[in-house]
Ligand binder design. Structure first.
Ligand code: MEV
Length: 420
């Protein structure tokens, strides 16, 4: 039977009790649980092989977001982040989404694109020459990764684009590679380098850059969820969230902060599972401006029942094989806790968390604003009923709000003091 990720009062448990729950949920071994508990998850020896000039390591807190129900499956979501409230906010939003069936997601597939920059050519002729060699280019690319090929991945297509730049016209040759469950940067870059000589020979030009693009428009994850009106705090809050979304969608300064909130969730899961967080971040912000205007990564509207429906869509290039996720023991354990079976499933969880995070942030921003507004209004009413007139009303109300004591007796006292 599938275990449920819905837990109330998880935050009230001790770290050891929480770990016990996670161990049971994800069938962690004693060793795996002990590794997390020790907070010493990466040995110096391993670290020294990952990057250069290693002198030690740095730890992040690893929290677990609860309540996530995604496409009918329960998830405990590991999140590594230094900022308070993020894990609690995601859990809260997931609990609200759960009431209406949780998150519904889609994934376009794990296609990454390599770019080969050809300069000093007549771009039209060069494009034709490249396409004439398409078969041999694809074959050469495929030969670079027999393992990927054996599981149905590898190069899938080749296209060309011409761009005009201050350095003159250039031909950009783009190789599309299905990376399956790997993030794929190494595989794709190796292919790009391997096919470059064929392209150079065919075009009689010069190849400069041979590198993948982090704007992974062929690797899009999508999630949507419905949030119950009453659970959110009523119509005011829903209207406020929609207006807050429109603010972000039409103002780049707000959109950046709005999307930062989305990335709080996505990057925390990426950190926990050992992903290249910069690749995800770069792709997300580039995708946010793909229409020519930097916009919100999420969108919000009301449905026929007046509940709030949110959706999110962005490129998520992540892997569950290869890279740091296979080396770092805590990343491996985080993937086991999540129980994801493919890179696509991980991407679908990540966008769900991003959507939950955005909902939680907007709700808090809107509701607090509303509360403050209500408080001011209430204070003015009390001031009037205590006998304040004209300019006295705002003075009495402001003092009561400042003192957080909005009461008839206090209003009378303040009024007496003012009149003295
Ligand atoms: C803080 O880390 C994230 C927020 O600023 C996001 C937002 O403003 O939407 C709260």
């Amino acid at each position: 039977m599938q275990k449920s990720s819905a837990v109330s009062g998880f935050y009230k448990l001790s770290p050891e009790e929480r770990l016990g729950f996670v161990k049971e949920f994800a069938d962690l071994t004693d060793d795996e649980a002990a590794t997390l508990h020790s907070m010493r998850t990466l040995s110096l020896d391993k670290a020294d092989k990952m990057i250069e000039n290693v002198v030690g390591g740095i730890s992040h807190p690893l929290g677990i977001a609860v309540n996530f129900l995604i496409d009918g499956k329960d998830y405990l979501v590991p999140m590594a982040i230094e900022e308070p409230s993020v894990v609690a906010a995601a859990s809260k939003a997931a609990a609200i989404a759960r009431k209406k069936g949780g998150f519904r997601t889609k994934y376009s597939g794990s296609i990454m694109r390599a770019q080969i920059q050809v300069v000093d050519v007549d771009v039209k002729k060069a494009a034709k020459a490249v396409m004439k060699e398409k078969k041999s280019i694809m074959k050469k690319a495929a030969e670079q990764n027999p393992t990927l090929l054996s599981i149905g991945g590898g190069p899938k297509d080749l296209k060309t684009r011409a761009i005009k730049t201050p350095s003159g016209s250039m031909l950009i040759v783009e190789l599309y590679v299905d990376c399956k469950d790997a993030m794929g940067a190494n595989a794709v870059n190796t292919m790009a380098e391997a096919i470059a000589p064929i392209i150079e020979k065919a075009t009689k030009g010069n190849v400069l850059l041979r590198i993948l693009s982090n704007l992974a428009t062929e690797r899009i994850a999508f999630a949507s969820a419905t949030f119950d009106k009453e659970e959110l705090g009523g119509e005011y809050v829903i209207e406020g969230i929609i207006k807050a979304y429109h603010f972000a969608d039409f103002d780049q300064y707000r959109a950046t902060t709005h999307n930062k909130g989305v990335m709080n969730g996505i990057i925390a899961v990426a950190m926990a599972t050992g992903q290249d967080t910069r690749a995800i971040e770069a792709g997300a912000h580039s995708y946010a401006s793909i229409t020519g205007r930097y916009r919100s990564l999420t969108s919000w509207k009301k449905d026929r029942r007046e509940d709030l429906v949110g959706s999110i869509e962005l490129p998520i290039a992540v892997g569950i094989v290869g890279g740091s996720s296979s080396v770092n023991p805590s990343a491996k354990i985080a993937l086991k806790i999540l129980g994801v079976k493919s890179a696509g499933e991980l991407a679908r969880v990540m966008v769900s968390v991003g959507l939950a995070q955005n909902l939680a942030a907007l709700r808090a921003l809107v509701a607090e604003g509303i509360q403050k507004g209500h408080m001011r209004l209430h204070a003015r009413n009390i001031a009037v009923s205590a006998g304040a007139k004209g300019g006295e009303i705002d003075k009495v109300a402001a003092t009561m709000v400042k003192e957080k004591a909005v009461k008839f007796t206090r209003a009378k006292e303040i009024l007496d003091e003012i009149r003295k």
